[in-house]
Design a protein around this ligand. Sequence first.
Ligand code: ADP
Length: 218
Amino acid sequence: MKRAFAVIGLGRFGGSICRELTELGMDVMVIDKSEEKVNEYANLVSHAVVGNAVDETVLKSLGIRNFDHVIVAIGEDIQASILTTLMLKELGVKNITVKAQNDYHEKVLSKIGADAVVHPERDMGKRIAHNIVSNNVLDYLELSDEHSIVEIKASHKLDGRSIIDLDIRARYGITIVAIKRDKEIIVSPQASEPIRENDILIVIGADSDINRFEKKVM
Ligand code: ADP
């Protein structure tokens, strides 16, 4: 079934979410207080509305609580973002994702019941930093403050060596959950699996352990 999404705020982040959801064939309504922004997206989406999201009557008249998922992508105006989230919550919206501008904003959003809080600039910054420090780190997903899943490209140092031979779990305390090799993906590889240069290892573990492994295989 087609799911209905509402995107509030059409800055770079909200705009990108909106385009991608439309590409995926979803029903999307957009709301922005700027008429210019709304006009930019009017042809793309099923419903484009000029309105102030902080105004409860606007949200109610749009039947916001009937949407499956609402994304609050109001950027700079943290107060408006918090108030909008609070009202969506009070109106009974089941799924609310909000973009946070900073850590304090993130904390407040979680406290008032946002179902997901995203922090794209911070997360992207972290990913890029890892990638800059080590060309071998292709992607990075934070699981908690101390644990991550990382994609590491196997250098020549690992070529031909098996997971057991490298004794990865005992020596580094990390686990290789999958190996991507060209188009193939080996999920839960056997300990005897030989790693080849340029394999992409998907590794889970504590950040400090992953960092030790990264340094070793660089
Ligand atoms: P980004 O960092 O994602 O580019 P911006 O701060 O540039 O975010 O954009 C946020 C968008 O949200 C703008 O288009 C702005 O007009 C819109 N916006 C801000 N406050 C409200 C509000 N109260 N109601 C509706 N839209 C809003």
